[in-house]
Design a binder for this molecule. Structure first.
Ligand code: ATP
Ligand code: LTN
Length: 333
């Protein structure tokens, strides 16, 4: 279709998904699938850049796929692929690595943070340094125009743009130069027990995040225990009221009500009353997804089939770009 934008995005299957992943990433993907050409990946090769258990990786890969499907991604409309099932990703990454200055990799925020935490324990591996090159390959192979991600990944998309431009300048127009695509408020959902940090599955405490698979009781407990700010007004002001603002964003996303309307409704009401209603909205908002997830869990085979089929379709698309790249850099064809 003329003018239809191509979208690529992915998530590492490094553990259960939380509502930060859902609101910051997956929910926008579901909206995009109706009027964009979309490829979504489960990035297992990225997952092994931090220590992992093989059995858990296999299980998480399948579970991530089930959560994508349960959240509303429709395999009739989108290509759902597994990174390690499409070898073009690592092939292109090797080639892009040869035009990437080392200094640019060393300056990446995610590398600095993760190598700092991991370095002390297990040492820093080259795969972690090269992570952004593989991510650039993921995006460029599909000639994506836009990459919907949370705020923490914007630097990697900027890096991808600069590699694409460098390659295009040197060898002639080969890659589409992609843009990051961000949701306004939900691009950065904060931790429930420390609203100065992003909600993260590798966060220290389980109380900081709500998993998509958490039971209503667990959700109730976590929101009840969530930190609040001093004062008692319920208003959106991330600077002076970071915890309440974060809860307002979550409430708004799950209830579909604008933040301004929620501020009016809760003017003069207590934090307790507010939290009870946030809890109700999150439980109700996740219920359909959890129901669908339970059904999919009973049918591993059909999920595996969807992934195999998606990876095959993705490989056919990726192959076109890879062949062009190989030809341009002088490999025998
Ligand atoms: P980790 O904490 O282990 O680094 P993560 O929870 O940040 O993992 P990723 O797999 O790195 O999850 O991210 C998947 C997608 O979810 C990315 O697009 C990322 O930007 C988005 N995302 C992650 N955390 C949040 C958050 N707190 N708010 C909004 N979006 C988020
Ligand atoms: N680094 C991303 C996951 C990821 C990705 C991608 C996202 C790997 N390859 C390509 C968008 C496009 C993260 O969310 N941690």
């Amino acid at each position: 279709m003329l003018g239809q934008q191509r979208i690529f995005s992915g998530i590492r299957p490094s553990g259960d998904l939380h509502i930060g992943n859902y609101l910051g990433a997956i929910k926008q993907w579901v909206k995009l699938q109706d009027d964009h050409e979309v490829v979504f990946g489960i990035m297992d090769e990225h997952a092994i850049t931090t220590p992992h258990e093989p059995a858990a990786l296999r299980e998480n890969t399948l579970e991530t796929a089930m959560l994508y499907l349960a959240a509303g991604l429709d395999p009739e409309k989108v290509i759902l692929m597994v990174q390690s099932q499409v070898s073009a990703h690592t092939e292109l990454a090797w080639i892009l690595g040869t035009i990437t200055p080392l200094g640019e990799l060393e300056r990446m925020t995610q590398f600095k943070e993760k190598s700092h935490t991991l370095g002390a324990k297990e040492g820093t591996m080259a795969g972690l340094l090269n992570y952004p090159i593989l991510m650039a390959a993921d995006i460029l192979l599909y000639q994506a125009d836009a990459v919907p991600v949370g705020e923490d990944q914007v630097q990697h998309v900027e890096f991808t743009r600069s590699i694409a431009e460098r390659f295009n300048n040197r060898y002639g127009k080969t890659f589409t130069v992609p843009k990051a695509m961000l949701e306004r408020e939900s691009a950065r959902i904060m931790s429930l027990d420390d609203p100065s940090k992003k909600m993260s599955k590798s966060g220290e405490s389980e109380r900081g995040y709500i998993l998509l698979t958490d039971s209503p009781d667990a959700i109730r407990e976590k929101i009840k225990a969530a930190v609040t700010d001093s004062g008692k007004e319920i208003k959106y002001d991330p600077k002076s009221k970071p915890a309440i603002s974060n809860l307002l964003v979550i409430f708004s996303e799950f209830s579909g009500k604008p933040i301004a309307e929620l501020e009016d409704t809760y003017a003069g009401k207590s934090y307790v009353e507010f939290k009870n209603d946030v809890t109700r909205a999150v439980i109700a908002g996740l219920a359909p997804l959890q129901q669908k997830f339970k059904e999919l869990e009973k049918d591993n085979d059909s999920v595996l089939r969807i992934l195999r089929d998606g990876s095959e379709r993705a490989a056919a698309m990726a192959q076109k770009t890879l062949a062009d790249v190989k030809e341009k850099i002088g490999f025998l064809t």
